[in-house]
Design a protein around this ligand. Structure first.
Ligand code: AMP
Ligand code: ZN
Length: 113
């Protein structure tokens, strides 16, 4: 997975502003934030998307969600937040290493565009 952007961030080959790290999860600020708080939460091991992760390692999928919630708390998002897992091209996924977007810090509209 040498060419995977997020694997390269895990390896320290590309810099990122890390806000949370566990043995198997990393969270860093999105380079193009869509809200006052926009953090990307990823498993350190490569899985293509949420479906692949849930199938291969559902316990890790659970830890990924728990980490996203921990970051929401540490970011002070007391009025709520949004977790998004874009999956596949119609889902708007552009980086094919599964990731949770944590968005918050302002009221978010629904549905998205
Ligand atoms: P998605 O479109 O769901 O695959 O989301 C990929 C996200 O990765 C986008 O929100 C990008 O802004 C973000 N992104 C791309 N490159 C970087 C980077 N080097 N550091 C942090 N976030 C990035
Ligand atoms: Zn990867």
């Amino acid at each position: 997975m040498d060419e995977c952007l997020f694997c390269r961030i895990v390896a320290g080959e590309i810099p990122a502003t890390v806000v949370h790290e566990t043995d198997d999860v990393l969270a860093f600020r999105d380079i193009a934030p869509q809200a006052p708080t926009h953090v990307v939460v990823i498993p350190k091991v490569h899985h293509r998307d949420a479906a692949a992760l849930a199938s291969a390692d559902p316990a890790l999928a659970g830890r990924l969600l728990a980490a996203a919630t921990d970051v929401a708390e540490s970011e002070g998002l007391t009025d709520g937040h949004r977790l998004v897992l874009n999956t596949g091209s119609d889902g708007g996924q552009t980086v094919f290493h599964v990731h949770v977007h944590l968005l918050g810090g302002r009221p978010l509209t629904w549905p998205p565009g």
